[in-house]
Write a protein that binds this ligand. Structure first.
Ligand code: NDP
Ligand code: 2IT
Length: 444
């Protein structure tokens, strides 16, 4: 059996009931075959792949808090510090009832390669909890965040591990966590990113993932002789990534006709009204039915369905495994030319293969959504030098980073004879830097 297949089999055997982690490992290791085969004996002797798929440290802890009725609630907290070869662990915190160790491991594993692709000195990690912020009062969210940070604060630090936002963790949650960290450690440091502007946050971090996604897509389209003007775009999700992806696509002259949340989706042939969407999701924290109620051109549907709308470009920006094989078929029928992932692993492996086989340009999230973490790294830099850069300065650095990522993954794919296969390109380009750092640092 080849070394790659051996390690994939081991991962499945040693990590039962973690299908998302298996999926992420399979995608990456499959892409690396070409590189591994050139050096198989040396890599096997060093157990390089075993070290790559095994987190350096995994923390699981109890998070007790008191709800508004005086009832004690207990959640589980996680932080997986996956790989620190190229910098301090860096990655978000997901707060969602579906969170378990396997989900956090898949996200942490992806983050290692993504962070490498940014070209910035950040290792990979991820954390979270099965806590659901939906429907909770601000006081309950604060109580949870303080309890979560009371434990997490022992393991993180500006030069050790720097968490940030992800699903369910936005500015409010980061603020509560930062306050509790500072109180416990008596240290004002850049231990979290995505902070508010009044206490060390970076301009453009809020917009960065969505904007970065579009900067990469625009560059890719340009290199394929197309521009964004007049393109029809379908987006899933209605959170941080989706909102700013929609905004930037519109600024580039495209028309975005859908968005979705965990209960339904909107078709708005006039183009999504971003200000209204922000009001419904960021301010009221309400469902998309409120968007439809306030806008005549919008139609609301229960359940899922955005991929059935004919489009030029599809941007999945909600969650993992939300674009399935039948969705991929519908996209192809609808004339879709490009899919770029705003979310982490939103496309299943068979759907990805189908899109690629049918000539759709496909960019995996570890490349196309790297603008968020890249801008987090810029926030870390500003915190270290105790300065704040202008929006334009951060935004132009973000744009350069995304353009570089596109060319790096494109060149890596070409170098290994897989031109246009950005999955292979992203995984190989991300891997090369991490492995060179791991090799230089000995067996640790
Ligand atoms: P948010 O919590 O702001 O928004 C998530 C959106 O997706 C919401 O509209 C939510 O619906 C919907 N959603 C979440 N879970 C599900 C589900 N199980 N089924 C259907 N819909 C769902 O999160 P973000 O926008 O920050 O994150 C979205 C994706 O992007 C995630 O995969 C995340 O890991 C990834 N990502 C985020 C980055 C960031 O900087 N924030 C950076 C890179 C990647 P509802 O409104 O009903 O809650
Ligand atoms: O998946 C991701 O890259 C994020 N949620 C952002 C992580 C970060 O540290 O900004």
């Amino acid at each position: 059996m080849s070394y790659v297949d051996e390690v994939i089999a081991q991962v499945i055997e040693k990590n039962p009931s973690q299908p998302e982690f298996h999926q992420a490992v399979k995608e990456v290791l499959d892409s690396l075959r070409l590189v591994i085969e050139q050096n198989e004996d040396a890599y096997r002797k060093d157990a390089l792949l075993e070290r790559l798929v095994t987190p350096e440290r995994q923390l699981i802890f109890r998070v007790p808090w008191v709800d508004d009725k005086g009832q004690v609630q207990v959640n589980t907290g996680y932080r997986v510090q996956f790989n620190s070869a190229i910098g301090p662990y860096k990655g978000g915190i997901r707060l969602h009832p579906s969170v378990n160790l396997g989900i956090i491991k898949f996200l942490g594993f992806e983050q290692v390669f993504k962070n490498s692709l940014t070209g910035l000195p950040i290792g990979g990690g991820k954390g979270g909890s099965d806590f659901d912020p939906k429907g909770k009062s601000d006081r309950e969210v604060m109580a949870f965040c303080q309890s979560f940070m009371t434990e997490l604060s022992k393991y993180i630090g500006a030069d050790t591990d720097v968490p940030a936002g992800d699903i369910g963790t936005g500015a409010r949650e980061i603020g509560y966590m930062f306050g509790q960290y500072k109180r416990l450690q008596n240290r004002y440091e850049g231990v979290l990113t995505g902070k508010g502007l009044s206490y060390g946050g970076s301009l453009a971090r809020t917009e960065a993932t969505g904007y970065g996604l579009l900067y990469l897509v625009e560059e890719m389209m340009k290199c394929h002789g197309e521009d964004m003007t007049g393109k029809t775009v379908v987006v899933s999700g209605a959170g941080n990534v989706a909102i700013y992806a929609i905004q930037k696509a519109q600024q580039m002259g495209a028309k975005v006709v859908t968005c979705s949340d965990s209960t339904g989706w909107i078709y708005d042939p006039e183009g999504i009204d971003v200000d209204l969407l922000k009001e419904v999701k960021e301010v009221k924290r309400a469902r998309l039915t409120e968007y439809a109620a306030a806008r005549e051109s919008a139609v609301y549907h229960e359940g899922r369905g955005v991929w059935a709308i004919p489009c030029d470009i599809a941007l999945p920006c909600a969650t993992q495994n939300e674009l399935l094989i039948d969705d991929a078929k519908q996209l192809v029928v609808g004339g879709c030319k490009a899919v770029a992932e705003g979310a982490n692993m939103p496309t299943t492996l068979d759907a990805t293969a189908y899109l690629q086989e049918n000539g759709v340009l496909f960019v995996p999230g570890k490349a196309s959504n790297a603008g968020g973490v890249a801008t987090s790294a810029l926030e870390m830099t500003q915190n270290s030098e105790r300065l704040s850069w202008s929006f334009e300065e951060v935004d132009s650095k973000l744009q350069n980073i995304m353009i570089n990522i596109y060319h790096n993954i494109d060149n890596a794919a070409k170098k290994y004879g897989k031109e246009g296969n950005y999955v292979v390109g992203a995984n190989i380009a991300g891997f090369e830097k991490v492995v060179s750092a791991m090799n230089a640092q000995g067996i640790v």
